[in-house]
Design a protein around this ligand. Structure first.
Ligand SMILES: [Zn+2]
Ligand SMILES: [Zn+2]
Length: 290
């Protein structure tokens, strides 16, 4: 008897949490185990206990995921758990392709792999910047809704894309020891209820298997939103607004949602290096095209 048939037999009016729990806890694993044992017999494999358990977990998870159909966050078409972004929308997101080797600023194809004007002129306090996407629609809308509309579901597909980019980036290089989210001032944190950079950092931490430390950096002064300021004003706006607790980290990743001129991550990297960091890598979901 399939799970769908079992669900159909329950009268609609009596479909309670108890029924659902019974299906999830008893019937579903039993059916899945049955299917799994048949599959093993057919294959005639001799498996140790540990791989068998692993395979069973994968099998159960895949079965469960195939039953859960959600709507895409952008186009509302059906899509699979957990990302909530259909393949079409995922493929349409504006990816970063040609960039400055240091700060990841998008550059024309002919300048790919060179330094941008700012990096050539002033250099940077951070050692690298990795971004997954360009800050253009629909990415800009997704990040704004994540930031201002409590729509945290957007963090899942965005961080998966960044994690894919990071896994390529660190194939032959050591990973940072810790992820540090760019901090919000206490007043803004209380108003918003969460720091979007910490939310993103926690997801990335799961993918990259690196811990998050969200109390090491503090924003001591409430500053003007960077959005409306010129590059020079941005640098002055964030100057000496952060503090850093004593720590022994030598290689850190600084997590932000968007990097525009890089003034905020520049200031934080300078501070981290004053506190003993040797390498500061900036990770962000999107980079603003100039
Ligand atoms: Zn879609
Ligand atoms: Zn650059």
């Amino acid at each position: 008897m399939s799970l769908c048939a079992t669900v159909n037999q329950i009268p609609a009016g009596k479909f309670t949490t108890g029924y659902l729990l019974t299906i999830l806890v008893v019937i579903f694993p039993a059916v899945s185990l049955h299917l799994y044992s048949i599959e093993s017999l057919v294959r005639d494999d001799i498996r140790s206990i540990s791989p068998a358990i692993n395979n069973m977990i994968h099998f159960l998870r895949n079965k469960l995921q195939s039953l859960i159909t959600l709507s895409c966050l952008l186009c509302r078409e059906a899509c699979q758990w957990p990302d909530r972004l259909c393949q079409g929308c995922m493929d349409d997101l504006p990816r970063i392709q040609h960039t400055c080797t240091l700060c990841s600023e998008p550059l024309p194809r002919s300048d790919d792999g060179y330094l941008c004007g700012v990096c050539q002129k002033r250099g940077r306090s951070f050692n690298s910047c990795t971004a997954a996407l360009l800050y253009l629609p629909p990415v800009s809308n997704m990040l704004q809704r994540l930031k201002y509309n409590d729509n945290l579901a957007f963090s899942l597909p965005l961080t998966r894309l960044l994690a894919d980019t990071l896994q390529m980036r660190y194939r032959f290089e050591p990973l940072p020891e810790v992820i540090l989210p760019v901090p919000l001032h206490r007043s803004r944190l209380l108003k918003r209820g969460y720091n979007q950079s910490t939310v993103l950092a926690r997801h990335i931490s799961q993918y990259m298997k690196i811990p998050v430390h969200h109390r090491l950096l503090t924003r001591e002064q409430a500053t003007l939103p960077q959005l409306t300021l010129t590059p020079d004003q941005r640098r002055k706006n964030v100057r000496n607004t952060f503090s850093c607790a004593v720590n022994g980290y030598r290689h850190v990743a600084l997590m932000d949602d968007i990097v525009t001129t890089g003034a905020t991550v520049e200031e934080l990297s300078r501070l981290l290096k004053q506190h003993g960091a040797k390498t500061v890598d900036v990770w962000c979901i999107a980079r603003t095209p100039t």
